[in-house]
Write a protein that binds this ligand. Structure first.
Ligand code: ZNH
Length: 141
């Protein structure tokens, strides 16, 4: 589980991301689509160019959902309950993609925050994204 220190690391950094949800969401999705091309198959009608309107709009939805989860770090599963069902039953996303996406977000954070993204901050986010991937994958069990 996340320690109090993990939570403060996350809460110190996340507002800078959530305030530009479309920008950072698009950056993360663009990297995911390039590094893990199989993830493109879930978005048949997308324009995959950097910062396309669809990538920005979807990036904002995903980051907004993460912002919401960041306010419930003690109950990530509950916070993502509905989204878990959506991804498992309606969208049928391979749950391995949730960890892939988490890895990409960590890289966006490292790329954005440089020195501020210390090993401790990284560890906190890695832990949080494990929890998020587990929570989103819950509907599959
Ligand atoms: Zn997802 C959708 C979140 C991951 C795929 N998503 C979605 C949404 C949200 C989300 C919020 C919207 C919903 C509504 O509208 O209602 N996701 C999310 C998160 C995450 C994710 C938070 C992580 C962390 N997803 C993901 C992945 C994938 C996906 C990885 C693949 C690969 N999603 C998806 C899809 C969709 C979604 C396909 C639908 C889209 C449309 O239709 O538009």
């Amino acid at each position: 589980a996340l320690t109090a220190d993990d939570c403060s690391c996350i809460k110190a950094i996340w507002p800078s991301i959530s305030g530009h949800a479309d920008h950072y969401g698009a950056e993360a999705l663009y990297r995911m689509f390039l590094a893990h091309p199989q993830t493109k198959t879930y978005f048949p009608n997308f324009d995959f160019h950097k910062d396309s309107p669809q990538i920005k709009a979807h990036g904002k939805k995903v980051v907004d959902a993460l912002t919401d989860a960041s306010k419930h770090l003690d109950n990530i599963e509950g916070a993502l309950n509905k989204l878990s069902d959506l991804h498992a039953f309606d969208l049928r996303v391979d749950p391995g993609n949730f960890s892939r996406f988490g890895g990409v977000v960590v890289i966006v954070l490292a790329h954005t925050f440089h020195a501020e993204f210390t090993p401790e901050v990284q560890a906190a986010f890695e832990k949080a994204f494990c929890g998020i991937a587990d929570a989103l994958g819950k509907g599959y069990h």
